[in-house]
Design a protein around this ligand. Structure first.
Ligand SMILES: O=C(O)C(=O)C[C@H](O)[C@H](O)CO
Ligand SMILES: [Mg+2]
Length: 402
């Protein structure tokens, strides 16, 4: 069996997506997601110019060997661009293998560990009252777990506050828009949100919050401690994870569960945090961390330390990643939760899929493969549009972490 073509498809049905379609001499094709939000074309070039020429003629059944070829063989390892390209190939090959076997992907991974996959949605509002209402709407939709982000008085365009109700899309301008940040204001305001949420809705639902890399370790520890009475499911990315020692300080001061890893690319980014039991949930997902082949290694390491998975699932991860992640979540023994930001109708039409939402859970389908395809004719109607993630500055103009 041979790979006869590998095509990179860029489409923007409301936001940009990069998709790799691999075709075989047996007429079976597979697709993988390669989207890197705000830096999409770098992965397009990596794939088109440097990966596709190597793939033609290879045996698509040799998933592990091709993974090693692309990872070791490049000499330059890791990084978001490389690992997204590797992920796209890997997922397309798993899709092909599962189609050839006539099985939904979760069966190939080892079969079902659960019926449905608990997801969390994103509730947000410009202030506490609006966010409390938004959380109520998610509860009404049947969600069991909800991430709550609020605008903070005095902070311009605080992280996580969208414009529509169920949709949130931060990559919104042809050049990065400038948002603000003020830790003091956030530390005074965010705990009040969770106080109000628990007073309004009680403790039956899981609540989550994303610090989006904004706090110093000491501030993060303080926030975690202040949030303890509200029993969060997790506090995410509360400080940047480049310096993983920082998490020791946070851990010493709070029992609020910690989640990290949506910007990690490999097991090497996560290894120390996991082995030192400094986090409770690992956020890496299929497209970010080298596909099924590599994410499986990360989750196996995590399982040794009772760290559970919490795959990233923002809108910049295409339905291909979502569908694949759901097969992974359905199998993975140490599953925690899956993030679920809904895609727009236009996106869903470009990527026909068989997963479905019901009562706070997502269910992968039984179609052979990962259950997601691309309508190339429709995709061609939505040409690429430059769109950047915002940047953040403090009040005095200092650059901060968005
Ligand atoms: O979904 C989350 O938790 C995020 O932090 C979303 C990220 O900002 C988004 O994926 C960036 O592209
Ligand atoms: Mg996040």
């Amino acid at each position: 069996m041979k790979i006869v073509s590998a095509k990179v498809i860029v489409t923007c049905p409301g936001r940009n997506f990069v998709t790799l379609k691999i075709e075989t001499d047996q007429g079976v094709h597979g697709i993988g997601d390669a989207t890197l939000n705000g830096r999409e074309l770098s992965v397009v070039s990596y794939l088109q110019d440097h990966v596709v020429p190597c793939l033609i003629g290879m045996d698509p059944q040799r998933i592990e060997d091709i993974w090693q070829y692309l990872y070791r063989g490049a000499y330059w390892r890791r990084g978001p661009v490389t690992m997204r390209a590797v992920a796209a190939v890997d997922v397309a090959l798993w899709d092909i293998k599962a189609k050839m076997a006539g099985m939904p992907l979760y069966q190939l991974l080892g079969g079902r560990s659960r019926d449905g996959v608990m997801v969390y949605g994103h509730a947000n509002g410009s202030d506490i009252a609006e966010t409390v209402d938004a959380v109520g709407q998610y509860i009404d939709l049947g969600y069991k777990a909800i991430r709550a982000q609020t605008g903070v008085p005095g902070i311009k365009d605080a992280y996580g506050v969208g414009r529509g109700k169920l949709y949130y899309e931060p990559a919104d301008a042809a050049l990065p828009s400038v948002t603000g940040w003020d830790t003091r204001k956030a530390l005074n305001y965010v705990p009040k949100l969770f106080d109000k949420l628990r007073a309004t809705y009680g403790f039956d639902h899981h609540l989550l919050h994303d610090g989006h890399h904004r706090y110093t370790p000491q501030e993060a520890a303080n926030l975690g401690k202040m949030l303890e009475p509200y029993q969060l499911f997790w506090l995410e990315d509360v400080t940047p994870a480049e310096n993983q020692e920082a998490f020791k300080l946070i851990r010493q001061h709070t029992v609020t569960p910690l989640a990290v890893g949506e910007i990690f690319n490999t097991i090497w980014d996560a290894k120390d945090l996991i082995q030192n039991q400094l986090i409770d949930y690992i956020r890496s997902t299929i497209v970010g961390a080298g596909g099924i082949t590599h994410l499986r290694r990360i989750s196996d390491l995590a399982s040794l330390y009772q760290v559970r998975t919490g795959c990233h699932g923002a809108t910049d991860l295409s339905p291909v990643t979502m569908g694949t992640a759901l097969h992974f979540d359905t199998w993975v023994p140490n599953f925690g939760i899956q993030e679920y930001m809904r895609h727009t109708e236009d996106t869903d039409a470009v990527f026909p899929h068989d997963y479905r939402f019901e009562k706070g859970e997502l269910f992968c389908g039984e179609t052979p493969g990962h259950g997601v395809d691309i309508d190339e004719e429709l995709a061609a109607k939505y040409p690429y549009k430059p769109a950047y993630l915002p940047v953040a500055r403090l009040e005095d103009g200092t650059m901060w972490n968005w």
